[in-house]
Design a binder for this molecule. Sequence first.
Ligand code: GDP
Ligand code: MN
Length: 389
Amino acid sequence: MNIHEYQAKEIFSAFDIPVPRGRVTLTADQVERAAKMMGGHCVIKAQIYAGGRGKAGGVQVVHHPEQAHEAAKEMFGKRLITPQTGPEGLKVRRILVEEAVGIAREFYLSITLDRATSRYCLIASADGGVDIEETAVKHPEKILKLTIDPFTGLRSHQARRIALGLGLKGSLCEDCVQLILNLYRMLLEKDCSLVEINPLVVTKAGWLLAMDGKINFDDNALFRHWEYHDLQDYSQMDPLEINAGKFDLSYIKLTGNIGCMVNGAGLAMATLDVLKENGGEPANFLDVGGGATREKVAEAFKIILQDRDVRGVFVNIFGGIMRCDVIAQGIIEAAAEFHCTLPIMVRMDGSQVEEGKQLLLESGLNVRCVDTLGDGAAGIVKMLAQAEA
Ligand code: GDP
Ligand code: MN
């Protein structure tokens, strides 16, 4: 789960990680008043669920309250497109106004889960800021990494090695050690899968300050943080993903044109692989889980049909706990509601499979049923080609 920069910074503050003075706003008038309060010289920052804002015009330094008003008027309601947003961009509805700070140095600092080691990994660089991705590619030697042992946790001597590695000395080095330890404590207490400060700056006046902040919460821990629910900004999320969440379905958007409905994550992976081997490109996958009801299958199928990239649907379901006739009813219900004429390939097996196939074949839909995954994948690719021809 994602949150905005201003929310991340509120959490930073609660863990004694210093951030610039700031205020979140919803209108250009509020921006102007906030700018006045900061003495006119300030930074206005678009709040969207993506980074790369600086280079896309989403972070602007202004010098008077009127200039802040003008810049904000321009920014509010605009769809900001960055390398992290996708081509449609994300709409700016909130702006963070912060006191402008003279920057002497910009560092990169983050802690995230490393899947290879199954551990948290601290990453730091003395070359932080908006070009960090480029640094990581061109100068990997400038990136410091530290794998954290979950049993001992992060020790202060390890944090000190990082701070020294960033080139910090004396009391500033000690400030950085404390900041890194606070960041780790926050990560654990708040169940984060990622915390990132880029840039972490040393100001001209000689203070460490988290200039930007990004937090991802671990979705598997959301059940023990009811307070996170109110932090979510649904306007920044894909409506289909929100809908899937409501019905407890896992929906993942991909870039192709074949919608995939499956049950179980393992089967989903296998389905995508075999589909690709047959020249198909998945538009998404939707995992309906183990014991789905007819309603849940119908909702899942509707989500797939609402994905504008979908030109055909591949259903690959093993009816173990689920009954194939129930799956068929769900598909038919959803397809009828959306007057679906797209080609549908169904590979089902298991309980009540013959009844399920019968229902589908009598439904009047553009549907074919097969028994194996390979036939299904090859079949939907062919059906799609025929439909486009
Ligand atoms: P991102 O591009 O989405 O990661 O947005 P950031 O919050 O990191 O802002 C981009 C860049 O704007 C930073 O790397 C800084 O160089 C610059 N910046 C942000 N706030 C200030 C500020 O208060 N003063 C100055 N001089 N620069 C700032
Ligand atoms: Mn940043």
